[in-house]
Design a protein around this ligand. Structure first.
Ligand code: MRU
Length: 335
């Protein structure tokens, strides 16, 4: 795997995903306010990755000011950057728990160690998800469809949905990855297709509206996607466009698999209706890479995520195993 969204080199740096695939530019993150701004602007995105960036940004903040009240304010600021992915608040809570147990002089060290632990833990989770998920698919020559980017660029490891794809590729069983482009921000076109090309994974890009044609034509053996939050009943919030893909997959008898680390599960959230869905600015839809493609100022509906109900899912895979069928009991076992 040649791709990573962030690195700690005595300071936090992140790969500016807004510029991919045209340019690879690394940005310094100078504390919590900077981290929150870059997360909100999608310089880094993907549920586990924003949790890790927030964790390291909080460590950076602790280096500058180790006062607990100040750090609690920094946590609130980072956690508010994006509302849907529960990994963000989860990662911050882990770092804060480590910091609160220490005297002021040790808080930076404790925060950094906690962020590093989360990073290593996410890499291990991705690998385990990849192995469990690959076991769901039998045979050779597999054609797998995905949506958005749930790959290395979205995590601290090989990816969640793309972790499964990478393991199938390592096993010599992947014939093709079909990547939906994921309008409006195009994470599928700009990030998943780029990541696959970097690593020599066979990939075909399609417009979101072309997915039905492939599924109806029997040309897809499975759909695998990531998640931003999984409710206790197994409802899954993920990139907008996931729900229609799940409906299509059910209509055509194609397995639909969600892959996510335990940090994405929110058992305090009873159902999909309780998941907060981020609404983003209209210019993401009115424009494609700064080029206007709609009347100036036209009203826009732009939810960043949608919710897929559990009955449309074949399985949910975490590092702890596979929930299949998906219901409150099996979800609790892998959460
Ligand atoms: O808006 P984004 O790009 O952060 O949305 C990302 C997704 O929806 C991913 O599928 C999800 O975070 C899983 S990443 C392993």
């Amino acid at each position: 795997m040649s791709v990573t969204p962030l690195r700690w080199t005595d300071r936090l740096e992140l790969l500016d995903q807004r510029l991919l695939p045209r340019a690879e530019r690394w940005l310094d993150v100078r504390g919590a306010a900077d981290g929150a701004r870059l997360i909100r602007a999608l310089a880094v995105r993907g549920a586990p990755a924003i949790g890790l960036v927030a964790a390291y940004a909080l460590a950076e903040e602790a280096r500058r000011n180790d006062d607990l009240a100040h750090l609690r304010r920094a946590v609130r600021r980072l956690a508010a950057a994006r509302p849907t992915a529960v990994n963000l608040a989860w990662a911050l809570a882990q770092v804060m728990a480590a910091v609160e147990a220490k005297p002021a002089s040790e808080r930076f060290g404790a925060a950094l160690a906690a962020a590093r632990r989360l990073h290593a833990g996410d890499a291990a989770a991705c690998r385990a998800i990849g192995e469990h998920g690959a076991g769901l698919f039998a045979g050779q020559g597999l054609r797998i469809m995905t949506h958005c980017n749930a790959g290395a660029l979205a995590t601290g490891g090989i990816g969640t949905a793309l972790g499964i794809v990478r393991v199938l590729h390592e096993q010599g069983r992947l014939a093709m990855l079909f990547s939906c482009e994921a309008r409006p921000v195009l994470q599928g076109a700009r990030l998943t297709a780029w990541e696959a090309v970097q690593d020599g994974i066979p990939v075909t890009l399609l417009a979101d509206s072309a997915a039905a044609t492939l599924l109806a034509g029997g040309r897809v053996d499975g759909v695998v996607v990531g998640a931003d939050r999984i409710a206790a009943d197994g409802a899954v919030a993920n990139k907008v466009g996931t729900y229609p893909l799940a409906v299509l997959a059910a209509r055509h008898g194609v397995p639909f698999v969600v892959a996510a680390p335990t940090s994405t599960f929110d058992l305090a959230c009873p159902s999909g209706a309780a998941i907060p869905i981020e609404q983003r600015g209209g210019d993401e839809v009115r424009r494609v890479w700064r080029c206007r493609v709609a009347p100036e100022g036209v009203d826009v509906f732009n939810p960043a995520f949608d919710v897929t109900p559990p009955e449309l899912l074949t399985a949910i895979v975490s590092e702890r195993g596979v929930a299949r069928p998906v219901n409150a009991r099996t979800v609790a076992m892998v959460a």
